[in-house]
Design a binder for this molecule. Structure first.
Ligand code: FES
Length: 87
């Protein structure tokens, strides 16, 4: 598991292996727009202020993935123990 932190509130949530970031945020009342939920459409694109995403989408290109300043919480995860999200 890894943690996601909501930058605006400081709230921190643990994301277990069997849930997506989007699911965990939704359970905690943090609404993110989603559509495909498969990493294709880019609807859920969310800024990342700290930490390294584990990109699992097909929406961003290689250089956008390498920048690590945004990710798709419907399917992508984290390589670092913590991601701070620009929410
Ligand atoms: Fe489509 Fe996340 S909802 S990429």
């Amino acid at each position: 598991s890894f943690e996601v932190v909501i930058a605006s509130s400081g709230d921190c949530y643990s994301v277990p292996a069997d849930k997506t970031v989007h699911q965990v945020l939704e359970e905690n009342g943090v609404e993110i727009m989603v559509s495909c939920e498969q990493g294709v459409c880019g609807t859920c694109l969310t800024g990342v202020l700290e930490g390294t995403p584990d990109h699992r989408d097909l929406y961003l290109d290689d250089s956008e993935h390498a920048a690590n300043d945004q990710f798709t919480p419907c399917c992508s995860r984290a390589r670092s123990p913590r991601l701070v999200l620009d929410l």
